[in-house]
Write a protein that binds this ligand. Structure first.
Ligand code: NAP
Length: 307
């Protein structure tokens, strides 16, 4: 093991932290712990990552077990839960009696499985999810979710806040961080997909991205109000459609599909949207508003799952 001290110096009074996984995110997390003065130990499968962190005072461990034994708090940030379980499984005895926080992204089911495994090994366990890119880690704006026992969260809240000012405990159910993460990224990725398609559609008629961009931004201004009203409608199960009934919106989507097809563009996602709209209308929601599509989303076509 090597340990070189450089600024900012770590403090022996601060909670000791181990970071398992030095991908782009793991390195950012370790850097934030160091910045906050936590004695920080690192491990990564492939050697050679994190030299700058060691130069800043982190300790590099030769094995994951050695890394875990160095700290009270162990933070994991790996590719997915198959990988994190493959790393953690063999070192369960070393983790026993410590707090493990898994900030790897995956599904709520994998989080709950991991929590059940940790409970069986005597490991205090929090699940987590990171909602910001690496450059935002350690800033006041960084949003990170945690779920699991509140007492465990409160014990380490001060240390976890080193990763981001917007660090939230969602509840005792270990799956909640992934529930929120999956839902927010569902919105993000489908929106990003629509954004790219919009640029392709305008671009097919020679409109530059830079010329369309200001109007896309203007459109975004309606989203906070749309999100708030959609939440009310989803929670109440009432979908007022006087101003814009689903049948009218479906015709609008049809126009975009036809224009896209005419320009030789991919229409698979748009056809998917139209198919869900049509099923909502077939279920009697034609005069309801857009939010009524949730009734079709909740009743997918049997056997239509991709995998
Ligand atoms: N990057 C972001 O902006 C961002 C934002 C939010 C959330 N996240 C989440 O953070 C997690 C890590 O992301 P990342 O960007 O750091 O990914 P990454 O740069 O691809 O790093 C992946 C990490 O997993 C390790 N790994 C992969 N397969 C392994 C195996 N079989 N055994 C042991 N270690 C293995 C890699 O080790 P090697 O170096 O040995 O390959 C590396 O440490 C992901 O769940 C991601 O969704 C990332």
């Amino acid at each position: 093991m090597t340990n070189q001290s450089h600024t900012p110096s770590t403090s022996p009074t601060k909670t000791t932290v181990t970071v398992l996984g030095l991908g782009a995110m793991g390195q950012a997390l370790a850097g934030a712990f160091l910045e906050a003065g936590h004695p920080t130990t690192l491990w990564n499968r492939t050697p050679g990552k994190g030299d700058d962190l060691v130069a800043r005072g982190a300790t590099r461990a030769a094995t994951a077990a050695e890394a875990v034994r160095a700290s009270d708090l162990v933070v994991v940030c790996l590719y997915d839960y198959d990988v994190s379980q493959a790393v953690l499984g063999p070192i369960a005895a070393d983790l026993s009696g410590r707090t493990l926080v898994n900030l790897t992204s995956d599904t709520p089911e994998r989080s709950r499985e991991a929590a059940a495994w940790a409970a069986g090994q005597g490991i205090d366990y929090l699940d987590g999810a990171i909602l910001v890119p690496v450059t935002v880690i350690g800033t006041a704006d960084a949003l990170l979710f945690h779920s699991g026992p509140k007492s465990v969260y409160e014990k380490h809240e001060g240390t976890l806040k080193a990763l981001g000012g917007n660090t939230v405990h969602l509840g005792e159910d270990h799956g909640l961080a992934a529930v929120y993460d999956n839902a927010l990224l569902d919105f993000f990725w489908t929106s990003m997909s629509g954004l790219v398609h919009a640029f392709a559609l305008a671009g097919a008629d020679g409109v530059k991205g830079a010329d369309l961009a200001p109007y896309l931004s203007a459109l975004l201004a309606i989203f906070p109000e749309s999100i708030a009203s959609t939440a009310v409608e989803v929670d109440s199960g009432e979908y007022p459609g006087e101003q814009a009934p689903l049948v009218t919106e479906a015709a609008n989507v049809d126009h975009i599909i036809h224009a896209s097809e005419h320009r030789g563009l991919d229409v698979e996602s748009l056809n998917g949207i139209k198919s869900v709209l049509d099923r909502a209308i077939a279920k009697g929601h034609g005069t309801d508003g857009w939010t009524a599509v949730i009734e079709a989303v909740r009743a997918p076509v049997p056997g239509a799952a991709a995998h």
